[in-house]
Unconditional design. Structure first.
Lengths: 341, 341
């Protein structure tokens, strides 16, 4: 396959972090040990371990973890001979305190995640990570919801703080292949650092989007084994590897070991199959956070509407997390329009 | 979205035929009634109903149907006010006898399916269908396994027999987007009739492949609700509709009704979730029929090999159904090579 980069592709397996949402943050140390060990033996480059909402996410608001994430990070580090353990940090949820602790336990990479328009709040954490000798990447969430020039501007901010890579993070699984192409291509032309891509499969195009991202020059790629990630899951890691093998691209990870891990260790752990269900499809279609679903259903019941119409309208208005209030306003407006028609 | 055709897109829902494999051919008349009625109410253009291996497939070899497919076809026709009921016919399994019977019960379309290199055996059935006043389309299975010029040659044969459309049928779910583009584009330049595309999701690119097919001018598109089709299922119909809606393409089918059908009627019917499991992934990766899996596992056990290495080698040799004998030969060769290394 043709690629707009000559750097090697490095994969980050996110099932032990993004999959924490699916597991309602109930990962046991034994599960983390087994998965991390198998990933390490397959040659995975990075393994992300944190609460689903990143370091410090174990709260009443975001869901309490069964096992302290520091214990899980330590377990993963111990299980790995070659893979680097990564952590996610969302400023405002995680702090420099947890970052230092994770580093002391052996985490080698932090991905500092912000809403796509709020890169400025990542400066402190990126700086600190570099000072601590960690790799530090920026992670621009809900990347579909900002115009391309805004995305580029925000990525350049992260680069200026010392990030060694910036990710296009399609949190809602709402991007289509041509939109990924546009975004990765624009970043490639504007940044000197590496570009990453993190997909969700809510519209069933995560693998295809990832191929486009790689073609356009992304070299840092996220996946989750058996789609064990929020919504409909991420780019299914073992499937991506099979596709790359058909394309003649060897990233140095053992495809068969990854398939066995998916089938024998991860699949039996899943509380529910990672199909594209109504809930995850609505997220991708409307381009909204999953946290909006319940609010929209309540508002729909109150105003006699279909919750999907509310969510699609919310998506058009590019609501960000924390703007759940907007849902009632939109529902009231839609109900009014409906009466008038 | 840009399309290389100005004809409208017509969808065929295949869950009641391709999904018959998943259901081990145990569809009840009540299930078919419920699904067909909901599809009709959503505005689906065609609804395919037959044994998984087409008319006449209910045999010991292919699996006995719980309910006679003629009863299921009749039920679907009765449930539909607007949708056309379609049937699949593989010459050698189904005969003109079943085709006439299906027509008499109200089936309006037959898709005559052959291996991609064997279009000549479709002549009689395509002719007859046209004489009977049915629409008749050709269906070139395992389309990934022939060179593009061979595919074009075979499609032109079907056109010459009177087929009103020819499908690229990716039976093993092995095609990647650039390979779909190449094939649909070549057919568009060589045929005067419409072009169709039937995907399987074994490599998680069915929706993306379908988008590429539509861009290149395919106008006859297959999908299965909730991926209810063989292997990892087909292009997930309700997801495709959400994606087309984001692209501003209205095909006249109600997205929300399709989502509700998927969630409330089809999902509870599934004997197993339609995830991409090891078995379906191996099919897509190697590009082989699912019927080879068991044979490969037996040969692997006998020769101390990984069955996946056998299947990948079989895929390279482009085995067709019925060539299961080749599996033992390949296994013996691989075992010999292994010893020599």
């Amino acid at each position: 396959m043709k690629r707009n980069s000559d750097k090697p592709i490095k994969l980050t397996e996110v099932c032990l972090r993004d999959g924490s949402h699916v597991m309602k943050h109930q990962f046991t140390a034994e599960q983390v040990w087994k998965v991390a060990k198998a990933l390490d033996e397959a040659g995975m480059h990075y393994i992300e371990v944190s609460h689903g909402d990143g370091l410090g996410g174990s709260t009443l608001q975001y869901g309490r973890s069964l096992v302290d994430e520091m214990k899980l990070i330590e377990t993963a580090v111990e299980a790995c001979k070659l893979s680097t353990v990564a952590v996610l940090l969302i400023p405002g949820i995680g702090t420099v305190h947890e970052l230092k602790k994770a580093r002391d336990l052996g985490a080698g990479l932090v991905r500092v995640a912000t809403h796509v328009t709020e890169a400025d709040i990542s400066a402190q954490h990126i700086h600190l990570a570099r000072e601590l000798g960690m790799e530090a990447f920026g992670f621009l969430m809900m990347a579909h919801s900002a115009p391309v020039d805004k995305l580029v501007e925000q990525a350049r901010l992260m680069e200026s703080y010392g990030a060694q890579a910036v990710y296009v993070t399609d949190s809602a699984g709402a991007l289509l292949p041509h939109e990924v192409r546009e975004r990765i291509s624009a970043l490639r032309q504007s940044l000197d650092i590496e570009i990453g891509f993190h997909a969700h499969n809510n519209l069933s195009v995560a693998v295809a989007n990832t191929l486009v991202a790689i073609e356009e020059g992304a070299t840092r790629i996220d996946g989750s084994v058996r789609c064990l990630g929020a919504g409909a899951g991420n780019t299914q890691t073992e499937v991506l590897l099979a596709v790359l093998d058909r394309l003649g691209l060897d990233v140095g990870i053992d495809l068969y070991k990854m398939q066995d891990l998916a089938e024998e260790i991860v699949a039996p752990m899943l509380p529910r199959p990672q199909e594209i269900s109504k809930g995850s499809l609505v997220m991708g279609h409307a381009g909204v956070y999953s946290s909006f679903l319940l609010h929209a259903e309540r508002a729909a019941a109150r105003f006699g509407l279909d919750s999907r119409n509310i969510l699609v309208e919310i998506g058009k208005r590019k609501a960000v997390g924390g703007q759940e209030d907007m849902i009632l306003d939109v529902a009231a407006e839609l109900a009014k329009t409906k009466q008038e028609v």
